[in-house]
Write a protein that binds this ligand. Sequence first.
Ligand code: HEM
Ligand code: FES
Length: 444
Amino acid sequence: MPEVKASIITYTGINQQVEHHDLDASLLECSIMNQIPHIHECGGNGLCTTCRIRVMDGHSNLNPRTLKEQEVARVRKWDPSIRLACQCYTKGNVSIQRLVWTNSEVNRLQLETIPEGVAEERPIAILFCDIRGFTKLASENSSFDVAHILNRFYTVLGDPILINNGVIYQYVGDEIIGLFGVSGGLKSKNCKDAIRAALGMQYAIERLNHIELVDFNVNLKLGIGINFGRAYIGHLGHPKHKQFAVVGDPVNTASRIQSFNKQAQTSILISDSVFKSVSPNTLDIGRSFSNQMAGHDHDTVIHELFGFKEMDVQLELQQSLDHLLRNEDAFASKFYDKVFTKAPDAKALFKNNMASQGRLLTHMLGGIVYSMSRPEHLTLGLKLLGESHSRYGVQEGHYPVVLECLMETIEETLGSMSNPQLLKAWKQALETVTSEMKRFAKET
Ligand code: HEM
Ligand code: FES
């Protein structure tokens, strides 16, 4: 039989070339096989668009767009050079550039489905967060320091929005606005995501005060207001300068709820509609207020929010992720040392570079925490992972060992931050991940 010539796949962003022998493997699978990080949240099912690539050269060697791809491209008005790597098969050389690099970029992709030039009414949760104590900080520090702190502030407070499937809508001075449910979803989920983001923000500002701002002699506090309602969303403005905008009474009300924190001396206030959207007895609530907001002829009921009554696994994971993966290589090498000590037979299954493998594992752990707020994608992602592990020769008995080693590595890396609740949350999440992987591996 004539030998099939390998195609050369060039990854332009990282200037790397790999040989691709398997005509039945997609370009996404080519990345995975060659340990090239390539986000693929829906596990190669043509749904999430995170595996998107720009084809720089060799376009004619690829299959035509699949039906799923055609739909995705039509909605987003993609030019023909943008493809989904999970839907692309090549019979010759191609040069590609991956277009989504980090988990936090994934959320902004929701905005691509927002109409141009018109505003569409969509039910969303709106979160306004205002920083207190900033005027003092700005008056006592150089503009350079203030800009640096503002940047840190936007980063640490933006992360909880992004990790909870929210979109950062705007920064206005020392205020940050997040939207949840821009591309749909259940009201209960969108409100819960916004609540979790608010609690994550509060945790993040405490850490910022105690660690990074400790020399600035300030104690920044937050005022957060969350509302839910039907707002108008679109890309609006001058024909030559349109920008994403969200307008309507629910937005103004969210802003006013936020402002009411000062008067009520509270940190987080949620509207009654947010409160009622989550299952009864879920939230730890303080005082309730009935207040007539400016521009309204009726009272709005709002509640002070302290937290969740029961442990929220996602919130626990989110708050520790940054710390755990600060030194990804150290985390991975500690973990694999443990695995190979407890299950020496597993070592032979790893054929590729262990440093790159370690990074793929830690990226995947981060990706799992991010995509927990998009559970439909998470399940599909775990399906692909379970199937690939079955091909690597991973046996069912390896999973408990890996789980144990991951938990030990997590506990050791958390150090003084570790506590029983946090460990319980990680255990619960990883048990779900491994049991899903095993389930899908069996079906392979
Ligand atoms: C929490 C569970 C696990 C996660 C999140 C995970 C994650 C990953 C990821 C992201 C990769 C890169 C390739 C791909 O995406 O398919 C990978 C490869 C691999 N994993 Fe896992 N894994 C898990 C459990 C296990 C277990 C139980 C074993 C058994 C020892 C194992 C052995 C391997 C092997 C052999 C490879 C391929 C390495 C190579 O190509 O050299 N993994 N894993
Ligand atoms: S669309 Fe390709 S991985 Fe989701």
